[in-house]
Design a protein around this ligand. Structure first.
Ligand code: 6PG
Length: 262
């Protein structure tokens, strides 16, 4: 009998972000104590902005800032100063303010969305393997989920979903995406599911009523990872938890009992 998912429900995005910041601090301090570094893959989109703001508000003690390395779970094929850039959002909300706490440029490993996508994916993969091995083992992988059940840039029906079976294994790929969520067709650069699943602590942050139907299907519906790629995320031996707000959890009902954590 599979264990029920570890779903942690919060009233709203702020409460969710406060709790996620608490756990991130605990994981980061333990990782640094054990290995001298904490490696974090940041999620894109808008949800993590509040978490980034909470971490900055908490100041120098929020994280072992000098001993964390920041990577990304995915990036859009745009320059780093583009409004759609995942790096840009993190730079504004987290990286630049955290410089005051000792976070240095050498600790930040952005995906080069401005160059050829295949070259950007290969460059990121080389850097990642050099730093974290193959598969790359992040201490923390932060993920969001779209209203269609995508995560990172693993979109329904996209070629990157097949990486779980292909050899040689890939950890970062350029993924052609066609979706109304990306206004038609584009190419994204993304961690593959095997790279995410190698993580020690994988955490979804999901907020908003527009995620409720997909979340109910991902967590309580039949296994259809091609339609709901977030179902590909099953870290082992690492652990997985879902931070969800009440709006996103509205359709979970009894199919997914509240998590075994406060
Ligand atoms: C991206 C993300 C993507 C995101 C979800 C949720 O680059 O867009 O990595 O997977 O996490 O689409 O996005 P929101 O947080 O904006 O709802």
């Amino acid at each position: 009998m599979a264990r029920p998912p570890d779903v942690r429900r919060f009233a709203d995005l702020d409460a969710l972000s406060q709790a996620a910041a608490d756990e991130l601090a605990a994981i980061a301090h333990a990782a640094v104590a054990e290995r001298g570094i904490c490696t974090i893959a940041l999620s894109g989109g808008s949800t993590p902005r509040r978490l980034f703001q909470v971490l900055i508000q908490r100041g120098a003690g929020a994280l072992p800032w000098r001993d964390i390395d920041l990577w990304w779970g995915d990036e859009r094929t745009v320059p780093p100063d583009h409004a759609d850039s995942n790096y840009r959002m993190a730079r504004e909300a987290l990286i630049e303010p955290a410089a005051a706490f000792g976070l240095g440029a050498s600790q930040v490993h952005r995906i080069a969305g401005e160059i050829d996508p295949a070259a950007a994916a290969a460059a990121c993969e080389r850097a990642l393997v050099a730093a974290l091995g193959a598969p790359p083992v992040f201490d923390v992988v932060l993920l969001g989920m779209g209203p269609d059940g995508h995560t990172a840039s693993l979109f329904p029906g996209s070629p990157a979903l097949g990486q779980a079976e292909e050899q040689p294994a890939r950890w970062v790929v350029a993924n052609p995406v066609t979706s109304p969520l990306v206004h038609g067709a584009t190419t994204r650069i993304t961690l593959t599911a095997p790279a995410i699943n190698a993580g020690r602590h994988v955490r979804f942050l999901v907020a908003g009523a527009d995620k409720a139907a997909a979340l109910a299907h991902v967590l309580g519906g039949p296994r259809e990872p091609t339609r709901y790629p977030a179902q590909l995320i099953a870290p082992s031996p690492g652990d997985l938890a879902w931070y969800v707000d009440a709006a996103a959890a509205a359709s979970l009902g009894a199919t997914v009992p509240p998590g075994d954590r406060p």
